[in-house]
Design a protein around this ligand. Sequence first.
Ligand SMILES: C[S@@+](CC[C@H](N)C(=O)[O-])C[C@H]1O[C@@H](n2cnc3c(N)ncnc32)[C@H](O)[C@@H]1O
Length: 242
Amino acid sequence: MTADLYAESGEFIDVFSRDAWQAFRTPVVTALHRAVPDQGPILDIGAGTGLGTLLVAETLPGAEIVAVEPSPILRAVLLSRLLDNESRRPRVTVVAAGIQDWTPPARLGGVLAMNMLGHLAPEQRRTLWTALHERLTPSAPLIVNLQPPAEVTTIPPTTFASITIGGRTYQGGGEARPAGNNTVTWTMSYRTLGQDGNVEREIVVAYPWHVVSPTELLDELADAGFTATVGKLDVVVATPHS
Ligand SMILES: C[S@@+](CC[C@H](N)C(=O)[O-])C[C@H]1O[C@@H](n2cnc3c(N)ncnc32)[C@H](O)[C@@H]1O
């Protein structure tokens, strides 16, 4: 079991993920229409607070879903969401694990792994692609996305989002620095501003992020037996080619 990278920032992840998921909706739904839920569950790897899980449940009514999520704080939001809805509740199973510590079911009808690839080291990615290729129904999609940076480089401090809820405004931002070995360190800052605009709280967290370029990812997937394309918003859809 590895440390929960979201132990401190988990409070803010759902708030700052919603706009991104509005944008991801179209490419992810389009890819999900190729899923084959009667051949096996849909796996959501690194499901977080469940924004993608809910989209799977909505797009594929009746599909069984397995949401794998190692962070207790993010799982708490996910579980709460599932409890809220009687039609989703029986068909979404939450697994408390990192994907490298868990064996997926023998057959899968599709896989989603959004906004999480950089958490996996290259050898973990390769092991995962092989395991998924063995289990995915032919023509069923593995849906992942590339996130910046595509190479080891510096990204200067940038504010990603600012969202007001009641009398507080939440600002999320971050910067990346090279950390060697195909890795950058993202240092994220989450600020809570009062109505006077002053910063009431600031949480700063740093974590390693494994960098993968589009070419590297497509090569890895091809080596594991997938045909893959990079589409809108760097969403990659891969299907087993045999
Ligand atoms: C930025 S969040 C994205 C969450 C969700 N997929 C979304 O798009 O809203 C990254 C997620 O990956 C999870 N994660 C980190 N390491 C993981 C691992 N080894 N296996 C599975 N999930 C992991 C984190 O706990 C977190 O939920």
